[in-house]
Design a protein around this ligand. Structure first.
Ligand code: SF4
Length: 509
């Protein structure tokens, strides 16, 4: 067998989780430079840039959601794919054990996390044979927040703000514009889209995701699709959705389009949205040893240029210091657009915790609390005398999933602040107004940055849900976030969606 294969795969997984490829770094640097200093978008992108640097310096996960690992492998004729598949599975388990990947594989019937990222359908591994002796492995780690914003259209279709999308390239363009608009900040914009025109429902989505393996700066070999990509990129940023949906000049950093033949009766446009934490790398391995002979997308001989040449998140002096637990007066004094620095006790809670709280009393007193929508990467320090947990990555998760429950939980238990990303809907906004609570938008994907604001893990409840879904009791210091929904019925998310919807109408005209 190939003696170095396992180590090579493990290196690939760790690098992919911790180091953004140079083309994505360059695009993010350009995005940062495009936003005027002091704007919400600029502050968000500064935190993102600092996070990218922290992740590569400390070999920590760029985002706590290390996503669905998807491998695309080209192997020589006759190579033992069964053995390779098992080695890759073991590499995934080892990277998880080392805290480079979050345990992310959940039994869909029982909700139980396998703990090692292995299970039916996880990881995804596709093999293809080629007439060469070496082995090429490409890996993409695509998180749930952006995966949930994927969209598939069966055209002709009527689209809000855009009218009818027909079975033409103009109709395809309308579908792509709509997909980016409806994602708003939920997929941690600025993002990139992979698109497939045609195919069937299954092959369309697969091809759309495969387009994300193309470098951001390549040119489509099909001139018609190259023109469409350029047309999307030259207009889409006028939507002004901006980083994290805060409003701003850069909404999309890439658009890559492929096409497959289709049945005469079907015409699908499939859009795979990837966030700024666009983690994809690849390696070429020696066919006899499995050792890495070269990297794809990155050249290890070129040093990584830091994203920032200064200290990162720059305070303006206008930030509001919040010390949890919070009072009704604390939160009613806040308004949309305020930047806050939260210190004190914070509890994490995401899907399993919200479902639990709808049927059971909370394991801790939540009056005045700050509830953080976050599924952190947490490792246990086995050498410590008492059980010691350390948070190694802790960015926010997409809040809208908790929309059916959040208002009721605020009302029942007296939660004063909810932290997450992407904003929430009308039910939560109404509950915040009635009961005195705010929504604080943290910067999606800034897992390393936020992990450093956590000074201590004080305890954990509901650990039986697995580490990402448990309720962690954290002490934080100067955790920055932006008030995007206040206790007076205002929502930045609603405003940006409406304003960008009006701009969308002009693009589709
Ligand atoms: S950056 Fe945002 S969308 Fe991307 S994986 Fe992280 S949390 Fe999910």
């Amino acid at each position: 067998m190939l003696p170095s294969f396992f180590d090579s795969v493990l290196q690939l997984i760790i690098k992919t989780s911790t180091e953004l490829p140079p083309d994505v770094r360059a695009a993010m640097k350009t995005s940062l430079e495009a936003e005027p200093a002091g704007t919400r978008a600029s502050q968000a992108l500064t935190i993102i840039a600092q996070n990218i640097d922290l992740a590569s310096d400390g070999e920590g996960a760029i985002c706590q959601d290390t996503g669905m690992p998807t491998f695309e492998i080209k192997a020589p004729v006759g190579a033992n794919q069964i053995w390779m598949r098992e080695q890759i599975r073991q590499g995934i388990a080892e990277a998880t054990r080392r805290g480079k990947l979050r345990p992310n594989s959940v039994d869909s019937i029982t909700g139980k996390n396998s703990g090692d990222n292995l299970g039916p359908g996880t990881p995804i591994i596709h093999f293809e044979q080629w007439e060469r002796g070496d082995i090429e492995i490409r890996l993409i780690l695509k998180g749930g927040g952006c995966e949930n914003t994927n969209a598939q259209y069966s055209v002709p279709v009527e689209l809000p703000h855009l009218g009818r999308a027909d079975r033409t390239l103009d109709g395809v363009k309308k579908c792509i514009l709509h997909a980016v608009w409806q994602a708003q900040g939920k997929g941690c914009s600025p993002g990139a889209v992979g698109v497939c025109v045609g195919g069937d429902r299954t092959s369309g989505y697969l091809q759309a995701k495969e387009q994300l393996f193309r470098p951001l700066d390549d040119i489509n070999p099909d001139p018609r699709l190259a023109e469409l990509e350029a047309s999307i990129m030259s207009t889409i940023n006028t939507l002004e959705i901006g980083a994290m949906g805060f409003g701003g000049r850069v909404t999309l950093i890439g658009c890559k389009i492929g096409a497959l033949n289709r049945l005469p009766a079907s015409f699908f446009v499939s859009v795979a949205y990837d966030c700024w934490a666009f983690r994809r790398l690849g390696v070429v391995l020696d066919g006899a040893t499995g050792a890495i002979t070269s990297w794809l997308y990155r050249d290890p001989a070129n040093p990584i240029i830091p994203m920032l040449d200064q200290a990162g998140f720059a305070r303006t002096g206008r930030e509001v210091a919040l010390k949890a637990p919070l009072s009704g007066e604390d939160v009613r004094a806040l308004k949309v657009g305020d930047v806050v620095l939260v210190s004190g006790r914070m509890f994490t809670g995401r899907d399993a915790v919200h479902s639990y709280l709808m049927k059971n009393a909370p394991p801790v007193d939540l009056r005045g609390s700050v509830l953080y929508h976050c599924g952190p990467v947490v490792v246990k320090d086995e050498n410590a005398s008492a059980a010691a947990w350390r948070v190694t990555a802790a960015g926010p998760t997409t809040s809208i999933r908790e929309e059916p429950y959040q208002g009721e939980i605020i009302k029942r238990y007296g939660v004063r602040a909810v932290i997450g990303k992407g904003g929430m809907g009308a039910k939560t906004l109404a509950a915040m107004k009635e009961h005195g609570a705010v929504y604080l938008n943290a910067i999606g994907g800034a897992a390393q940055f936020y992990a450093r604001t956590i000074k201590q893990v004080d305890g954990v409840s509901l650990l039986e849900f697995g580490t990402p879904e448990a309720m962690w009791h954290l002490t934080v210091e100067d955790f920055p976030a932006i008030v995007t929904m206040d206790a007076h019925g205002n929502s930045l998310h609603k405003d940006i969606e409406e304003e960008s919807g009006e701009r969308l109408a002009t693009l589709g005209a």
